[in-house]
Design a protein around this ligand. Structure first.
Ligand SMILES: NC(=O)c1ccc[n+]([C@@H]2O[C@H](COP(=O)([O-])OP(=O)(O)OC[C@H]3O[C@@H](n4cnc5c(N)ncnc54)[C@H](O)[C@@H]3O)[C@@H](O)[C@H]2O)c1
Length: 260
């Protein structure tokens, strides 16, 4: 899909995956809205990238906030590409603590709210925005890329809520693509394995030794730009739709992250 003259939105746009995706969307010619809650980081990234990047404070847990961000994007050009890649939630914790007490349902629900409900919110408001644009000659209007995790397929110890939320994102993909087919909007999900981000608080090699040794090939953690490259390929390739793509170096999560 040609992004010249179009706008794009990255929700979680200052994060590891998000900022790498913003850079690639801008390079591909889209005026890109960096949607995030981290104002300083968002403004710094927009300043660095110039007039093709715009920061909009966006709280993905709020309908009004997300809708306002898409109003901003529509003013910049028809919205053609949206990448939903925010973080902000926890894993949930072991179902039963050492004393036998279960993780409270409220804690479970918090992760579902940020990872699954907010992904639905972003996807649905994005779809309404893209649907307001004129279709391209191909009949296509745009694409929404969402972010799951391989934990949505093989969640590890302590990941009840995260695994369930990411499984929900995977489950959302095909019916959303089917619902949006009549308006020419595609929906594709990326399920990353283990990627190195500054959030690990250690060097890449140390993080690999502690959490990445089950990765098959390449024998290293993933890099954010590899996520961004796949996101841009999905935007470009009209025939990818309704699918979840693993991006994991053939990693299959063992039960515990430290016993890979
Ligand atoms: N890094 C990995 O190894 C990995 C693996 C699998 C899946 N993922 C998934 O990818 C996504 C992003 O991961 P990342 O490593 O880039 O994380 P990150 O922490 O670097 O970035 C997440 C971004 O989301 C933003 N955010 C948090 N709460 C928000 C809110 N309420 N509204 C809007 N933005 C909000 C943060 O400010 C941050 O910029 C997450 O959904 C994560 O579960 C990451």
């Amino acid at each position: 899909m040609d992004l010249t003259g179009a706008s794009a939105v990255v929700i979680g746009g200052t994060g590891g995956f998000g900022s790498a995706t913003v850079r690639r969307l801008v390079a591909a010619g889209a005026t890109t809205v960096i949607a995030d809650v981290r104002d300083d980081a968002g403004k710094a990234l927009a300043d660095e990238l110039g007039e093709k990047a715009v920061y909009a404070h966006t709280d993905v847990t709020s309908d009004a906030s997300v809708a306002e961000t898409f109003r901003v994007a529509e003013d910049l050009g028809p919205v053609r590409a949206v990448v939903v890649v925010h973080g902000g939630g926890g894993a949930g914790g072991r179902l039963l603590g050492r004393d036998g007490t279960p993780v409270p349902t409220e804690l479970f629900a918090q992760s579902i709210d940020i990872f699954l409900n907010a992904t639905y919110r972003a996807l649905s408001i994005a779809a309404a925005s893209i649907a307001r644009s004129e279709p391209l000659d191909s009949g296509q209007r745009g694409v929404v890329v969402t972010t799951a995790s391989i934990a949505g397929l093989e969640g590890q110890v302590g990941q009840t809520a995260y695994g369930a939320a990411k499984a929900g994102v995977i489950g959302l993909t095909l019916p959303a693509a089917r619902d949006l087919a009549p308006v020419g909007i595609r929906v594709v999900t990326i399920a990353p394995g283990t990627f190195f981000t500054p959030a690990f608080g250690m060097s890449e090699e140390e993080a690999y030794q502690r959490f990445g040794t089950a990765i098959q090939n390449p024998k290293r953690m993933g890099r954010a730009d590899e996520y961004a490259a796949l996101a841009l390929h999905i935007v470009d390739n009209d025939y990818l739709n309704g699918e979840t793509i693993r991006l994991d170096g053939a990693l299959r999560f063992p039960a515990s992250p430290k016993k890979g």
